[in-house]
Design a protein around this ligand. Sequence first.
Ligand SMILES: [Zn+2]
Length: 253
Amino acid sequence: MFIDTHLHLEKRWLKDDTNRQFAIDDINKNKIITWAVTSDIQSYKETIEYAKQSKYIFASFGVLPWYAHEYVDRFDEIAKLCEEAIMLGEIGLDEKYAKDKACIPHQKPMLEIFLKEAEKNNKIMNLHFRGKERESFEIIKSYKIKKPIFHGYSGEIDLMKEINDLGYYYSIGRRYNEEKLLEIPDDLLLLEIDVLPTEDFKVPSEVFSDMLERHAKVRNITLEELEAINQKNVLRLIGDDPNLNEMKKLIQG
Ligand SMILES: [Zn+2]
């Protein structure tokens, strides 16, 4: 079974409504469990609507660090949405790709709202860190969270040993570094599409198949073995979370 732990269906990343419909239809047809991460309050609300079109799509609430300054006055609302959400992300720290530097001082306080909720209710958390991975790791570590996922990990290879020791997860997509992919233990690896290609649009099942093939080759295992690794890790993350019971049933058939 295909399980995509990080996909953007929202208008911000998937502008074409027709393509979005193709993607949702494809997810239904191929029964792809999809964690639809979001980038702000608007895209979360949007994604909750898309999720109504598919029992395989599960919306996750996040606000990308680049938009932190736009939400300073709405941190209470963010905390409430975190509490309501079944999963968190994507959320994180990113000064490197911040177009408007005004977001920088507000990134950490915003991330901490999510971390508190993840800690309190043991929620899955899709994390976006670009640059300052060490510092980000130290912040994460200071909270008692069990289900953080480093999405598209871009830090040093040395830091991975410490991340592995703590049992934090990684989600790897179409763009990856072979050396780092090999550094991830089987029980911490997750697969993700992230953003569907817009120029030469492809539906999730095609993107996922292609990705599986390339990752399996790097790890020198079969496609089935890689799918099983991903599935097993997703089930471990779901655990006995009552909010994710439907998802668990779909995976276990
Ligand atoms: Zn993303």
